[in-house]
Ligand binder design. Structure first.
Ligand code: NAP
Length: 274
């Protein structure tokens, strides 16, 4: 059996894809710029560094790292070398639009279009918010049990990285997923205020939300993300106040088991919040 190349192999989703493929005894070739033991080094924005990793590979798990433009060049190389690509895209892509208005949607759609044009079998995973995004709260929860942010009442369906990986593994190894665009969510919407409380319960120390104004939250986020992502994220979060994010049954439809609740995610990651 040929190895499956897994990009982003040390990240939230990629590391789970690697682990779940190995649990099925599928040969894996993990790839990142700083690869894990047994992995290969490559930069997705520089196709010449990816080419050697494609020897004897038919199937690739791809994610968007670096710029979309850089990744598009790597996608043309994949079109020449491999048969199947499963791409970790984003729920921000809106199929009802010919041109994406949301910057994050546009970024991911650019790569999707390149994959569609590359002449490979493809599957797009389009997750909404990751449960792992709440790891950004870990320093403040560890420090004083308080998360300061905007729009605590925003209600979203956070998805466990294991669920995204489980769908990816089916698409990488199974049949019937060619051309599928899978909208992936967690099991139920919950407000950011509830998420913080659940993390505190899992960690065994009370944690609470403290509301701050939009501009103050924006300034704090700009210290770790580019402005187009911060603004898109904050505006999308504001839209979720009173209008909860969607819930899909795709994880269960594809894997045959229900998705994992946020409480499960919080229990598994509790140590990171202590
Ligand atoms: N967070 C959300 O709510 C959300 C929602 C929808 C979609 N998404 C998608 O999910 C992605 C994040 O996935 P994740 O959380 O699993 O990632 P992550 O934890 O941030 O990990 C990123 C992985 O990519 C590797 N990497 C980074 N830059 C690279 C490059 N130029 N070339 C090769 N490898 C590179 C990193 O390792 P090295 O640094 O060693 O290279 C690491 O293995 C986002 O970029 C977005 O496309 C996220």
């Amino acid at each position: 059996m040929k190895p499956i190349l897994v990009a982003g192999a040390t990240g939230n989703v990629g590391s789970q894809v690697v682990a779940q493929l190995r649990a099925r005894d599928v040969p894996v070739r993990p790839l990142s710029r700083n690869p894990p033991p047994g992995g290969v080094r490559g930069d997705l924005a520089e196709p010449e560094t990816i080419a050697p990793a494609l020897d004897d590979v038919d199937t690739v798990f791809l994610m968007l790292a670096g710029s979309a433009e850089g990744l598009v060049r790597t996608v043309s190389l994949l079109g020449e070398r491999v048969k199947r690509v499963v791409f970790l895209s984003s729920g921000a892509v809106d199929d009802s639009l010919t041109e994406q208005v949301n910057a994050i949607g546009a970024w991911h759609r650019t790569v999707e279009e390149a994959i569609e044009a590359a002449g490979v079998e493809w599957t797009f995973l389009r997750p909404h918010g990751f449960a792992a995004n709440t790891l950004g709260w870990a320093p403040s929860i560890r420090a004083d049990g308080v998360v300061r942010g905007a729009y605590g009442e925003a209600s979203m369906t956070m998805i466990h990285e294991k669920d995204m990986a489980a769908v990816a593994v089916e698409a990488l190894t199974g049949s019937g997923h060619d051309g599928a665009k899978y909208a992936l969510t967690g099991t139920r919407p919950m407000t950011q205020i509830e998420q913080v409380r659940i993390i505190g319960e899992a960690a065994g120390r009370p944690a609470r939300w403290e509301e701050i104004p939009h501009e103050e939250a924006r300034a704090a986020l700009l210290t770790r993300m580019p402005d187009f992502i911060v603004d898109t994220m904050l505006n999308a979060t504001r839209d979720l106040v009173g209008t909860p994010g969607p819930v899909t049954s795709t994880v269960e439809d594809v894997t045959g088991r229900p998705g994992l609740d946020f409480e499960v995610w919080a229990a598994e990651h509790a140590a990171e919040f202590r």
